[in-house]
Design a protein around this ligand. Structure first.
Ligand code: GUN
Length: 283
């Protein structure tokens, strides 16, 4: 069993982004990212702080808009429209979830698709579907980097994804399919889930339930990716996979924390760099 070191892979991505950013700055272009957060959700506050920190680390310009909980849809929309017009802002990200009175779809649809570094806009989602994209959603893209780091060839393998969210499960299945995996999508209504997951050479768990994937659900020698970020019965951070009991069955497994988590922000940095290049006609 090998534990995939998400921190190390993530560091390598950030170093390559930092190097390319330096070269871009020599051409007079500094990538700029605007991050919008509405309200006081503590987890979102941490994510946004880490995104700002990562921007500074790779040499980007960044702006944070921390808006109060009672921000109106009109105010939020107006901010996005202003940022769309700014030449020094190449990427716009609105941290989700938004407070209940705000419509996230409306905001996502307003972001200029060329500045949509989350790749949540329908135009970018469609581009992913046909395999002709500028940006990949950060978490699935980070997972593909982790899989590549193992040297495992995805082509022809049976890949099972648990969870069908727009942010992780659905795009994850597409990226695995682009690399010629045989992909099975499973979800909360799937019958006989364990029978399906037990056949997976590559198993991606994005369920949002602590230690949901148990040893009897995993094939010997499988590569297991854990996207979960949960608290266990003792309040300790844990994934969707019962790591202690599953790890010895796997060829490779990602830990929580230190697996998928660090990759997501690194891929956001890469998308912002790509956006800056595209918007300045640099390929
Ligand atoms: N909330 C949880 N994950 C994400 C993400 O990748 N992007 C944004 N904008 N919000 C999130």
């Amino acid at each position: 069993m090998n534990i995939i070191d998400g921190k190390a892979v993530s560091k390598a991505v950030r170093e390559s982004v930092a190097k390319e950013t330096e070269a871009l700055k020599n051409k007079g272009v500094t990538p700029g990212l605007a991050v919008i957060i509405v309200g006081e959700d503590p987890a979102s506050q941490v994510y946004v702080k880490n995104k700002e920190k990562a921007c500074a680390e790779v040499g980007f310009y960044s702006e944070k808009y921390a808006l109060p909980e009672n921000t109106s849809q009109e105010e939020l929309n107006a901010l996005v429209k202003r940022l769309n017009l700014r030449g020094d802002i190449n990427g716009i990200l609105c941290q989700l979830p938004l407070p209940k009175h705000l419509n996230d779809k409306e905001v996502i649809n307003l972001i200029d698709p060329m500045k949509d570094v989350d790749a949540f806009h329908p135009q970018n989602v469609g581009a992913i579907m046909i395999g002709d994209y500028s940006f990949l959603p950060c978490t699935p893209a980070g997972i593909m980097e982790l899989i590549h780091s193992t040297g495992v060839d995805v082509c022809g393998k049976k890949a099972v994804v648990i969870g069908r969210s727009n942010i992780v499960g659905k795009p994850m299945a597409m990226l695995l399919l682009h690399e010629n995996a045989t992909v099975v999508m499973t979800h909360s209504k799937t019958q006989n889930l364990a029978e399906i997951t037990k056949e997976a050479d590559i198993l991606v768990a994005a369920v949002g339930r602590a230690k949901f994937v148990t040893a009897d659900m995993v094939k010997d020698g499988a590569l297991v990716i854990d996207v979960g970020m949960n608290r266990d019965e003792n309040g300790k951070l844990c994934g969707d996979v019962d790591f202690e009991n599953v790890k010895d069955k796997c060829s490779f497994i990602t830990p929580v924390p230190g697996g998928v988590g660090p990759m997501t922000i690194s891929m956001l940095m890469r998308n912002t760099l790509t956006a800056a290049k595209l918007q300045n006609g640099i390929v």
